[in-house]
Design a protein around this ligand. Structure first.
Ligand code: G6P
Length: 607
């Protein structure tokens, strides 16, 4: 989510690090910082963009031949100078930049505070330099190695210290990190674009590896201190290809990151043995949430449709009435907020004007307001009473994909959280958590079908009209599938409740009007099955999305995409993926600008 760059060599480190950070800004930015070491350590941090950091630096001449820098995309603590990296220990001698999330940071922080450590930021990262300080006995990599053994979660880190100078120590687990090798200089970076202008020779680090670079040498070890021989690879990508990690578009890259988006949304939040869920952001209102008797979900676009799935999930598992409102309607019509109501705002950016104003209106009426937001410290995140962050990482493609998947994951978690407050059994909680934990693997398998879906797109991309049909949990998925196709391929597509078909829409059906039918083997499968036969009887073409192992549609549907089996409430997390890929491949075949579709904006901050 954030960006890391480190340099050690004979040149001035500062300009090289700043240049690398600028090249990582596409990954999201809200604050940035750098520390450069010479005889002393010079640390500069700003809230804002790397350019703001450059402007601040141009006032002072900072010299040094090694250092580390960071561009932050907040996960814990809002964007601010104090929360920006590098973070440091009590004596300001050990500096750390970090990508990822330290899950057990609260308990580590408590222990360190008891030992007398002083913390100044709200971040999870700050525990790392203090932990290293605790273990430091003269050798930085040894202290880092011992500290890592205490840390649970995801990290890519780079560490420097004046107490053991002229080296950069690094480590990786679940967040990307590469070492760049040059002539009398070496680099460390979270992503290739940061160093591609300086060297093409790189080492890709694996999880649970750490090591050291000096100006002339490098070493990689495991956490038991065994040396690891690493292969040196050559970067073949151009800068632009590197930003997309070799994928042709950001949207495609973001779809391919969906398994990771689910893992990130789950990380640190489930207690499988208790069948329970915890959210750091809801702790201070836990008591109030117990009193809630009804919920209204609001949002716009894809976030609204995630809320639609959320409504069905929450109603089934918390047994509270849940209404869904488009935020722009909620704002202006008479919206009745009853006593003991919570309003949940869903927004990737946290900046959508309609959603923000609807939240303000809900607050004015006395509702308890919650947010499911991806961008930490955004306007909606700051306005709601409490919130859950998605941790999906920056989403750059205008058509939302991985943020949607992570919003659905959060709703599933929330249903366990609120459900367990209201009599959901631990057995049921465990079942949902178990299935949720299996979803990333299932997504990875599903994504392997991309080429097959591309073939399907070749068959259908010249059509100008589509219906998307689904029932119950997959009705909102029909709407979202149709929205994806509209947004990027500019094809007319409508989503309908499958049951509504014969009340009008079926009049449109002929051999030129394909229907994408989302029909997993769930509680409404039989109903959907008859609907498909009605379409076929009118010569309509049917693309069916169904569950692996179901061969009943083989002789009926024109094309079939299989999705893995899961709990009915979680099928949307799988059924949406072929629809996103289908829209993507169709749009590419039609020659459209997939990442920046015409007339659309990623974040709509006006009415
Ligand atoms: C815009 C985007 C959509 C997005 C919607 C809501 O219309 O093009 O992709 O779903 O805004 O955005 P939010 O940031 O609130 O989720």
């Amino acid at each position: 989510m954030c960006g890391i760059v480190g340099y050690i060599g004979k040149k001035e480190a500062m300009p090289i690090i700043l240049d690398g950070l600028k090249r990582l800004e596409y990954r999201g930015y809200d604050s940035a910082g750098v520390v450069v070491l010479d005889k002393t350590a010079s640390l500069i941090k700003v809230k804002g963009r790397v350019q703001d950091l450059s402007d601040k630096l141009s006032k002072d001449k900072i010299s040094g031949s090694y250092g580390i820098g960071h561009t932050r995309w907040a996960t814990h603590g809002e964007p601010s100078e104090i929360n920006a990296h590098p973070h440091f220990d009590c004596k300001k001698e050990i500096f750390v930049v970090h990508n990822g999330i330290i899950e057990n940071y609260i308990s580590l922080k408590e222990k360190l505070i008891q030992k007398g450590h002083k913390f100044i930021s709200e971040t999870d990262t700050e525990v790392i330099p203090h932990l290293i300080e605790e273990f430091f006995k003269g050798n930085l990599e040894e202290a880092v190695r011992l500290a890592l053994r205490e840390m649970v979660g995801a990290y890519a880190i780079a560490v420097v210290s004046l107490k053991d100078p002229d080296k950069i120590v690094f480590a990786k687990k679940s967040s990307p990190l590469i070492v760049g090798l040059g002539q009398d200089e070496n680099f460390i970076a979270s992503d290739a674009p940061a160093i591609i202008g300086n060297t093409k020779k790189v080492i890709y680090l694996e999880d649970n590896e750490m090591g050291v670079i000096t100006a002339n040498d490098f070493k990689v070890i495991d956490l038991e201190n065994n040396k690891i021989e690493k292969e040196i690879s050559t970067l073949e990508w151009s800068l632009e290809e590197a930003e997309k990690r070799g994928y042709p578009h950001f949207m495609f890259k973001e779809i391919m990151e969906e398994a990771e988006a689910v893992r990130n949304a789950l990380r640190g939040r489930v207690i499988p043995e208790e069948g329970a869920v915890k959210f750091g952001g809801l702790e201070h209102i836990e008591g109030k949430l117990r009193e809630i008797e009804r919920i209204t979900v609001i949002g716009m676009g894809t976030a609204y449709l995630a809320g639609h799935v959320g409504k069905y999930i929450l109603e089934e598992y918390t047994e509270m009435p849940v209404s869904l409102e488009n935020a722009s309607e909620f704002r202006y019509k008479k919206s009745v907020i009853e006593r003991n109501s919570a309003v949940i705002a869903v927004s990737q950016s946290g900046e959508t004007a309609d959603t923000l104003f609807a939240v303000k209106e809900a607050k004015r009426q006395g509702a308890l307001t919650l947010g499911i937001i991806n961008v930490v410290g955004s306007s909606i995140a700051r306005t709601v009473d409490a919130g859950i962050y998605n941790h999906a990482g920056p989403e750059i493609g205008v058509a939302s994909t991985k943020a949607f998947i992570s919003q659905l994951t959060v709703f599933a978690l929330l249903s366990v959280y609120l459900g367990r407050q209201r009599g959901m059994s631990s057995v049921m909680g465990k079942k949902i958590i178990e299935e949720l934990n299996d979803i990333p693997k299932k997504i990875e398998n599903l994504l392997k079908q991309s080429d097959q879906i591309k073939e399907l797109a070749k068959k259908y991309y010249k059509h100008e009209d589509f219906f998307y049909l689904g029932r119950k949990y997959n009705y909102p998925i029909a709407l979202e599938g149709a929205l994806k196709l509209k947004e990027i391929s500019y094809i007319h597509a409508e989503g309908y409740q499958a049951g509504e078909m014969k009340h009008g829409p079926i009049a449109m059906i002929d051999e030129n009007f394909p229907c994408v039918c989302i029909v997993p083997k769930d509680s409404v499968y039989e109903k959907n099955f008859s609907g498909i036969q009605e379409i076929k009887a009118r010569k309509g073409k049917v693309v069916a999305i169904t569950t692996e192992g179901n061969d009943e549609l083989n002789n009926i549907a024109d094309d079939i995409i299989f999705i893995p089996e899961t709990l009915e409430m979680l099928t949307p997390l799988l059924s949406i993926i072929p629809l996103q890929l289908f829209a993507y491949h169709v749009a590419v075949l039609r020659g459209n600008d997939v990442d920046k579709p015409r007339n659309l904006a990623k974040s709509v901050t006006v009415e």
